[in-house]
Design a protein around this ligand. Structure first.
Ligand SMILES: NC(=O)c1ccc[n+]([C@@H]2O[C@H](COP(=O)([O-])OP(=O)(O)OC[C@H]3O[C@@H](n4cnc5c(N)ncnc54)[C@H](O)[C@@H]3O)[C@@H](O)[C@H]2O)c1
Length: 402
């Protein structure tokens, strides 16, 4: 057979065992259904690049979903007109994902705003302070660990006095500084903490180990959906007993994040949600659309791209496992965008470094959007549109704000 000639498609010729009903069928869509890539990957050699491994051997099940996630991220979400939000749940920074993946994603301009559990941002501070977090084992005796001044996050170990308590002590000394003595949202809180984290990194001779420091430098606003529910929140509450005037106002966060999504849409661009795990950060990120549509009554259609890595099932009704199609019913995801939605059931600690590597290897850095610096202007635009769409007045004030 000549090299250029394609081998003939082989259909079964002996139809004697084919049931009668099938013999008579024309099967017009058969070729279309079977038009997918043939599953026949080459033998691995050990010389493959990670990107080729993903593209060529992640062919089915959650490997295929991870490949689709990588491709969706690089081919669509990283287009210049897309504003990318990233939610972080699960103990990611203690596992080193801040240094390995989140910081590089921030530096490359691949994430424009973040919603994290407070714990992820709190544990990030140990890295900035150069307090070691170490590999341990999930099989260790926790009473023994307690007796040895050690705390455990599954197979990750931290010193109780010299890492945890030491971080808290420094955190409290910062939280009573004059710049913190006012009401603020969590983006400002984390920006101010990020400035310290950047300085600690510098003093320790470390580079790019802290998410808060990287976000501070890149103007990426970092929110937390439950400000009281982490050791940062616990210390904020602790210093309040000493008369601290720091008050976290979650409504500032709701309005700022909503303003980012509306601004992306009004600029003719798109909004992407990259969701690592579930929990309240996932909802906080997605609820920006119902906030626009249901509460502020502004005409809008939902996030354009949805990518989630999770271990949570959809059938328990919990938000952590809720699918993108369920999110459509709430207006969180644009129904037109459902083909651009991927859910990968795996552990973030596996998927995040792979996706980060894939993106860095195949996409050039994006210009930093620096949303932190644009919060006031975007809130102003959101407020203006709110008043345009609603017959409301300022409470105890003029008819319209603008
Ligand atoms: N995790 C900690 O070390 C820690 C410490 C102190 C406080 N907290 C607080 O507890 C609350 C809960 O946070 P959390 O971080 O434990 O999240 P969580 O357990 O609430 O996670 C939410 C969901 O994300 C998914 N998920 C979690 N880890 C995942 C992973 N590795 N891969 C894929 N999916 C994953 C799970 O489906 C889970 O239901 C937060 O408010 C946090 O600030 C957590």
């Amino acid at each position: 057979m000549a090299k250029t000639q394609k081998p003939p498609r082989r259909y079964r010729e002996d139809l004697s065992e084919t049931p009668d009903w099938l013999k008579r069928k024309k099967c017009p869509q058969r070729d279309q259904y079977l038009s997918g890539k043939r599953i026949l990957p080459a033998n691995l050699t050990g010389k493959e690049k990670l990107t080729d491994l993903v593209d060529e051997t992640f062919l089915a099940y959650n490997a295929a979903r991870l490949k689709e996630a990588c491709q969706l991220f690089v081919r669509k979400m990283l287009e210049p007109d897309v504003t990318v939000g990233m939610s972080l749940a699960g103990a990611l920074t203690p596992a080193g994902l801040g240094c390995s993946s989140i910081v590089p994603l921030i530096k490359a301009g691949f994430v424009d705003w973040i919603v994290a559990t407070g714990a992820n941002l709190y544990h990030d501070l140990h890295f900035a302070l150069n307090y070691p977090v170490r590999v341990g084992s999930f099989k260790m005796d926790d009473t023994e660990l307690r007796n040895n001044d050690i705390v455990r996050i599954y197979d990750v170990l931290l010193g109780y006095s010299d890492c945890l308590m030491a971080t808290d002590e420094i955190l409290r000394s910062i939280l009573i500084q004059p710049e913190f003595q006012k009401e603020m949202g969590t983006a400002e809180l984390h920006y101010l903490l990020g400035r310290y984290a950047a300085e600690w990194e510098r003093q320790a001779g470390l580079k790019d180990v802290s998410v808060l420091a990287a976000a501070y430098r890149a103007g990426v606003p970092c929110y937390t959906s439950s400000p009281g529910d982490s050791t940062i929140g616990m210390n904020v509450a602790g210093v309040e007993l000493r008369g601290s005037k720091l008050r976290i106002n979650p409504s500032i966060d709701v309005n700022e994040t909503t303003a980012f999504v509306l601004a992306a849409k009004r600029a003719g661009g798109k909004s992407a949600a990259v969701l690592w795990g579930g929990g309240s950060p996932k909802n906080f990120m997605l609820q920006t659309e119902p906030q626009i549509q249901e509460v502020l009554r502004i005409k809008e259609y939902g996030h354009d791209y949805f990518l989630q890595v999770t271990d949570a099932r959809p059938d328990t009704g919990g938000l952590s496992g809720a699918t993108p199609s369920e999110a459509v019913s709430w207006g969180k995801v644009d129904p037109e965008s459902l083909p651009d939605a991927v859910v990968c059931y795996t552990d973030t600690t596996i998927a995040m470094p792979i996706l980060t590597h894939y993106a860095l290897a195949t996409h050039k850095p994006r210009k930093l959007r620096r949303l932190y610096d644009q919060r006031a202007a975007m809130i102003k635009a959101l407020t203006k549109e709110y008043f345009l769409h609603n017959p409301v007045k300022m409470i105890d004030g003029p008819d319209r704000m603008f």
